[in-house]
Design a protein around this ligand. Structure first.
Ligand code: ATP
Ligand code: MG
Length: 448
């Protein structure tokens, strides 16, 4: 109400100043042949029907930085129904805001209709929760309004492949040149509308090498608690993007610096305080970043297994200390850690099986005699479990010699492997190993 009154009295002074600058090709250098064929087909088909259609958001930003966009978004004045009618392989999705997915082979181009203002400037107000978080804003608007409701100025540029022009209402291009990540409008208000923007600020600044503008950065520290009101599944999606951005280590360091890691990676609070835990987590993140940069696949399950390992380890040792046998103690520890994390971080259950396998295979690396090492080698999850052991060894939690032995063992010829086996397979020890091995098989899902 008050806001409406204020904006009546003062016009739209509370809204960011928007002035369209059209930036020609010779200034930004983004040639249309760098744009994905699928996105080009979408914009040209829409334009042929007389609609406005631009590539928008992260793709324009990445192209202007000389990077290859991960995915393409198109913004248009056509309604979702009009877009859907134009493309045979397309479907209307989304409840919060309806948009169209247009499919070409493996590519999906996301097409959205220009969206109106969320703050009452448009014909319908957004629905908010008691903290000011926007729950729904489903109003179509002008291109300018569409730019203003985006998060950062560098994410609000439009590229028209037909003319090779960038349309920039909010100075995003100048900010990009200055390597500055700046929130559109009043940062406090925009973080309140959607606290996930704080995470996006950290992720995008790390990934793109941009400095978060001081006005944008300042409120984060005091507003970080608002993350608690965001549905856990949304936090998880954004965290996954962050962890798989290729800059996970830097992001986590920055999250801590901004005080944003509470409630996101609650376990990190505790783990990072122990030197061994911190070293292990940082190595895991570095390792993930490296794999992503080399275009190798990474498994989120592996990463979560690593982030939670020292919690599992502490609980495991705790149960052992209270007299439980090692394998049931590990089993109990895994159950506890997973159930707590499910509530806090909403790690979906589909990752549980991988995490459990990786963890419960760890004690099996300690047996280096008899047939068991051969059986472990055949396990479908061997590679992941071995990579995990390497991280443990690098962080100093396990002897380097153990990881080195397994490295050699897997590469060795069959006869050489027999020679490598530890000779201490006397009857007494063998009996003991057999018992613990049987218990290991019982906790391992692979052994069940
Ligand atoms: P990425 O490189 O991760 O894809 P991106 O900026 O493209 O980065 P997307 O999640 O694909 O991120 O979002 C596409 C665009 O939608 C953004 O560039 C931005 O314009 C807008 N957007 C995304 N999330 C928000 C948000 N929380 N608030 C406002 N605008 C957003
Ligand atoms: Mg994107």
């Amino acid at each position: 109400m008050i806001k409406k009154l204020l904006s009546k009295v003062f016009g739209r002074s509370a809204s960011p100043r928007a002035r369209l600058r059209i930036i020609p090709f010779d200034q930004h250098g983004v040639a249309r042949n760098r744009v994905s064929g699928s996105a080009l087909r979408v914009t040209s088909a829409l334009q042929a029907k007389g609609h406005a259609a631009f590539i928008v958001g992260g793709a324009v930003r990445d192209l202007a930085l000389g990077l290859e966009p991960k995915d393409y978004d198109v913004a248009t004045d056509a309604t979702p129904e009009e877009v859907h009618a134009l493309f045979r392989r397309s479907r209307i999705i989304g409840r919060r805001f309806r948009l169209v997915h247009v499919m070409f082979g493996p590519d999906t181009v996301e097409v959205s209709t220009f969206r109106g203002r969320a703050d009452g400037g448009g014909e319908g107000d957004a629905v908010r929760d008691e903290h000011g978080r926007i729950l729904r804003d489903n109003v179509f608007g002008s291109q300018e309004e569409d730019a203003i409701r985006r998060d950062f100025t560098v994410n609000a540029m439009f590229y028209n492949p037909a003319t090779q022009e960038i349309w920039d209402y909010l100075g995003g291009f100048a900010d990009l040149r200055a390597k500055r990540l700046r929130m559109i409008g009043d940062p406090v208000e925009r973080f309140r509308e959607d606290p996930v923007r704080m995470l996006r600020a950290v992720r995008l600044s790390s990934k793109l090498g941009l400095e978060i503008d001081s006005g944008t950065r300042a409120p984060i520290r005091t507003m970080s608690d608002l993350m608690q009101n965001v549905p856990a599944a949304r936090v998880f999606d954004e965290m996954l993007k962050l962890l798989l951005s290729g800059h996970a280590k830097e992001c986590v360091v920055r999250l801590r610096r901004e005080g944003l890691h509470h409630g996101l990676l609650p376990m990190l609070d505790v783990i990072l305080e122990q030197p061994l835990g911190e070293r292990f987590v940082m190595l895991a993140l570095e390792n993930t970043d490296q794999r992503i940069r080399e275009d190798k696949p990474v498994s989120p399950g592996f990463l979560f297994a690593a982030l939670l390992w020292h919690e599992v380890l502490a609980a495991w040792k705790g149960h052992e200390g209270r007299g439980m046998k090692p394998f049931p103690a590990l089993q109990r520890a895994m159950d506890e850690v997973l159930s707590v994390q499910e509530k806090k971080l909403a790690i979906p259950r589909r990752y549980d099986a991988v995490m459990r396998e990786i963890w419960s295979m760890q004690p099996r690396f300690e047996t280096r005699a008899g047939r068991r090492p051969f059986a472990l080698l055949e396990h479908p999850r061997f590679r992941a479990a071995y990579d995990f052991l390497v991280l443990r060894a690098q962080s100093g939690e396990q002897p380097a010699e153990l990881a080195a032995w397994w490295e050699r063992f897997q590469r060795a010829e069959p006869e050489e492997r027999n020679v490598m086996l530890q000779p201490d397979t006397g009857p007494r020890k063998r009996r003991r190993r057999r018992r613990s091995g049987a218990a290991a098989a019982a906790v391992s899902p692979g052994g069940q």
